[in-house]
Design a protein. Structure first.
Length: 297
């Protein structure tokens, strides 16, 4: 199928893009990597009258640490995340996540901002951003605001962005020393969307006790899910096998997966338990192995 007719704009400044968004409101759609939007338009599940292409906007693709945060520009491609020395050395959870997304062709175009803004509960970055306690920067003509990832995903394919805002940056607090994360995903075949995915990020304090703990779940509810009870039970607790098993059980109980061709809801819930054990165990191992990190908040 081909999409219905639409008017195409390729603004060259953020102000121009935001002005177009204000003018056309909900009749318009932003185009980043196009890896979710274009298939939807071809299937006529999305029929925007106006398409605002963000690909010519300067200064929205970067990966840098600054002022206590890892800052990722919204137009950063998955492939850039994958090849970043900073991500490889200090943020293994993000390297895991991007490598699980589709295939190299998709990753050359798909953006991190688009992955979050699309708010597909089956997308992989949301869970990792929940685990990392990230914030999203939303820019409108009237200024910018930051939205915690935990408040960003408001419903099925729905976010806290207003129709006049563009997601411009993702901010991740630089983790303290002895921190690391892991993202694990069950998929039917390489490059497929998750049956279930689990992201875990831990900071280990004195005597192996969990300090900061973040756990995000993929594709087990209408929105990406933060496993709060599981996180809480690990804070101030030694991160040993028993504690991890208990947290994994709590994560499984928080999941509300729908049965579909990928499995029954009971199967998926049990996969949350299994993958949470794997993600936490791997995160703890990595935190002990990674070189000490500096500059954390
Ligand atoms: C074959 C295939 C397999 C895939 N497998 C996976 C997978 O396993 N895991 C996974 O996570 N993803 C997967 N994807 C999705 C892919 O990662 C998408 O690219 C991503 O979800 C959207 O990013 P994008 O830059 O392409 O956004 P687009 O497709 O350009 O946009 C998606 C939506 O977000 C909005 N949007 C985009 N950028 C912004 C912004 N800066 N501010 C506000 N709104 C914005 C658009 O208006 C649109 O509604 C797959 C895609 C394909 C084609």
């Amino acid at each position: 199928m081909i999409p219905p007719k639409f008017e195409y704009f390729a603004p060259t400044t953020l102000h121009e893009a935001l002005s177009l968004l204000r003018r056309y409101g909900t009749e318009a759609k932003l185009l980043s990597g196009g890896q979710s939007l274009i298939p939807l338009m071809k299937l006529r599940l999305a029929s925007p009258s106006y398409l605002i292409d963000l690909n010519r906007l300067p200064g929205l693709a970067y990966i840098e640490e600054d002022d206590g945060y890892l800052r990722i520009g919204a137009m950063t491609r998955e492939a850039d995340l994958e090849s970043s020395a900073l991500i490889r050395s200090k943020y293994p959870i993000l390297l895991d996540t991007t490598r699980f997304i589709a295939d190299p062709l998709v990753r050359n175009l798909a953006t991190v901002g688009g992955n979050l803004a699309h708010a597909d509960p089956a997308n992989d970055h949301p869970a990792a951003m929940l685990a990392l306690q990230a914030e999203v920067v939303a820019t409108g003509l009237d200024g910018t605001r930051t939205i915690p990832a935990a408040e960003f995903f408001t419903g099925f394919f729905t976010t806290a962005l207003t129709p006049e805002e563009i997601l411009t940056e993702i901010r991740i607090p630089i983790p303290p020393a002895t921190s690391a994360g892991s993202y694990v995903k069950l998929e039917r075949k390489v490059g497929d969307f998750a049956v279930v995915g689990v992201a875990a990020q831990v900071s280990i304090g004195e005597a192996g006790v969990g300090e900061r703990v973040g756990i995000g779940l993929t594709n087990v509810d209408a929105t990406p899910l933060q496993a709060k009870a599981a996180e809480d039970c690990l804070r101030g607790t030694r991160l040993d096998a028993d504690a991890i098993r208990h947290a994994a059980q709590l994560a499984a109980e928080a999941a509300q997966p729908e049965a579909d061709l990928r499995g029954s809801s009971d199967y998926k819930r049990d996969m949350v338990r299994v993958l949470t054990i794997r993600a936490l165990t791997h995160a703890v191992e990595r935190a002990r192995e990674l070189p000490a990190q500096t500059g954390g908040r």
